[in-house]
Design a protein around this ligand. Structure first.
Ligand code: SAH
Length: 277
């Protein structure tokens, strides 16, 4: 029986609240797992297996896949669709609310994340795995097209300036492929793309907490200069920030969104020494 007919037979109702847009197309599923570069040496964490279509192709390529699913009405469907797979384990729990230590009990060492995620959890989920663990090697996830574009562009708009500068600090993000809305059941109102985040968490020799504070401040008020933002958020004189900028050869009136990750790291390190003297 096809994976889709198993859903029908179980009278499954797609639930908007859980961001349920499933993929049944075998070519797309195979493309996702090939893009991810997963091999038989790799353990994989999947968030939101849905009907288990992606879970099956992951299990066929990986050493092991552990999938967190919030919707218990999918239990009989997943059981049927994943029959015969000995290296797949489903956990019915909210992936966002589960402690990272609890999730990581399933894996002996490092692991990868592969997921066609619900969009409402994209940002908190990325942050959870970027900030709370060093064991994730890469994340290959479906995101809304615009989110993928902003995460990979140097055009620092809205919240994305902060997220992309933070992701860039911990690793590299790239768009692997575009996925039009009609590839999903039911079709959402937006197009999607698959992004891959490859982590290199010791890429910069710089205090991560301080870097993040500087980034949030730098992009906090875009109409203001970096010196204005930092002096306000760190309660210091503007002259102290000017000293940093002059020493490093930046314009005193530079704005946060003109700065690259490398620039922001240099500024953080210099400013950190001055402010914590
Ligand atoms: N990966 C499947 C389903 C994608 S839809 C496919 O490609 O076909 C997103 C899935 O994530 C749904 O099954 C939904 O129930 C699940 N989900 C939503 N929020 C979740 C959460 N917080 N934790 C775990 N799973 C979640």
């Amino acid at each position: 029986m096809s994976e889709k007919s198993v859903l029908e037979q179980n009278n499954f109702k797609f639930n908007k609240k859980f961001g349920q847009n499933f993929i049944f197309d075998k070519n797309l599923l195979n493309a996702i797992i090939n893009d991810s570069g997963i091999t038989k040496d790799d353990d994989v964490l999947e968030i939101g297996p849905g009907a288990g279509t992606l879970t099956r192709v992951i299990a066929e390529k990986a050493k092991k896949v552990v999938s967190y699913e919030i919707d218990t009405s999918l239990e009989p469907i997943l059981k049927e669709n994943l029959k015969g797979l000995s290296n797949s384990k489903i956990v019915f729990a909210d992936a966002l609310k589960t402690d990272i230590a609890e999730i990581e009990k399933h894996f002996d060492g490092n692991y990868h994340i592969v997921a066609n995620l619900p969009y409402y959890i994209t940002t908190p989920l990325i942050f959870k795995f970027v900030k709370q663990t060093k064991r994730v090697v890469s994340m290959c996830i479906m995101v809304q097209k615009e989110v993928g574009e902003r995460l990979t562009s140097s055009n620092k708009q809205g919240d994305y300036g902060t997220i992309s500068a933070i992701l860039d600090f911990y690793g590299k993000v790239k768009i692997l492929r575009q996925v039009p809305r009609h590839m999903f059941t039911p079709a959402p109102n937006v197009d999607s793309c698959i992004i891959q985040i490859t982590f290199a968490k010791d890429k910069y020799d710089c205090n991560a907490e301080m870097y993040e504070k500087v980034v949030r401040s730098a992009f906090g008020n875009r109409r203001k200069t970096l010196a204005n933002n930092l002096s306000k958020d760190f309660s210091c004189s503007k002259d102290l920030v000017y000293e940093t900028l002059i020493e490093l050869g930046f314009d005193q009136n530079v704005r946060g969104d003109a700065l690259s990750t490398d620039d922001l790291v240099k500024i953080t390190k210099n400013f950190d020494k001055k402010i914590n003297k």
